[in-house]
Design a protein around this ligand. Sequence first.
Ligand code: SF4
Ligand code: SF4
Length: 439
Amino acid sequence: MEVKTFEGGAHIPHYKSYTEDKPITRLSPPKEVIIPLLQHMGAPCEPLVKEGDKVQIGQKIGDSEEKFSAPVHASISGTVKEVGKRTVPTGGEDDCIVIEADDGPQEFEMKQIRDPENVDLEEYRKCVREGGLTGMGGAALPTHVQVLYNDKVDTLLLNGAECEPFLTCDHRIMLEKAEQLVKGAELMMKSIGAKRTLFGIEVNKPDAIEAVKELIKDRDDMEVVSLAVKYPQGFKSHLIKAATGRDVPRGARSAELGCIVRNVGTTVASYEACIYGKPLIERVLTVSGPKVTKPGNYIVRIGTPVGHILNECGVEDIENHKVVLGGPMTGLAQPHLDVPIIKSTTGVIVLPPEMTREWMEYTDCVRCDKCVEHCPMMLYPNQISIYAEAKMYDPAEEWDLMDCIECGICSYVCPAARPIVHWVQRAKPEIQKRQRSRK
Ligand code: SF4
Ligand code: SF4
């Protein structure tokens, strides 16, 4: 079997054995959901409901007239308790709709409303938009603007790499929903106007590779690309390079290189929005960590507070753990457990002190060059970190800080425990301001 990859990157512990064999199961609905009006890159939604309104599961409760936006929907039936500021998982506070559950049925009825073999592509695009689909693998771009016909694109590349430690939800989706994935890929491929679909899957998921291969064995427009197990294999430019051999110059858009990349979960959810009329009201995510009593891959409603999830799954000694939403390399540690999960939340990972680095004191750079050796963007994280820490943004920009994809490898390998990504994240808005003022 040919195994493809990119230059650079790092081999890091997977910690996937906690959940990779756990079939997807449904978590009980919470008593209350908190639905942020901005869960994607782009314009926020305006609320379509007010305090005291009754809402039904799947009802659209927020939308925007801006093109680069995606509506939000009620993930439980109940009463709107509040429209106001709440802590959101992306940091700080933002506008949210809080819904209190009623005693009625809390399941969305999956009734087929379209024949998958005979779908009008305009209708498909409309369903993706109205269903509030956004990227579910981390980068939460509104999906409807990404399934438009594009005559420059020849390849749909489905991202099943799932290279971050602990996360296994995409693995289980590919294994358990392989048929919907392939049918969803077919719709997406036609909608974009691509000629072929590649499924990029890391070789540590052999059962998922086999499941997809079996379904596409008679097709010459679909192929599984086996990828080496390496971080950050699932980042867009590295995935394109590995799967197609095409170089992605810094700052270039993948469509300019003839390739559109979509997450496997998004592909299945887009299919369900079209064939069953199901909006994006829930998602599969991984709950994991050494002290989680019932780690697994769970279907969780959008807006579910993290505290409800961890109550259901159980965690020993939670006070001494850090709770991260997303993977441990790129996810964000949360200040408390009332924070809700959103459409792009891939995992709830509970890390003990020995697995986190921020509890260590960092020191000056010892010039070991480990970060340079491993940076997948071929940057000099050591130089960047020195300037970014000192808030010297002009030289930081000259050392290409803006090209950093925030993968976290440099911080991971650094013996001086330098929080390089933290400084990069602080520096980026400042450099953007300077770049705007120069125009
Ligand atoms: S500098 Fe950026 S891209 Fe390079 S390793 Fe660090 S976080 Fe990743
Ligand atoms: S890994 Fe850390 S100590 Fe080594 S060169 Fe990079 S920043 Fe300096």
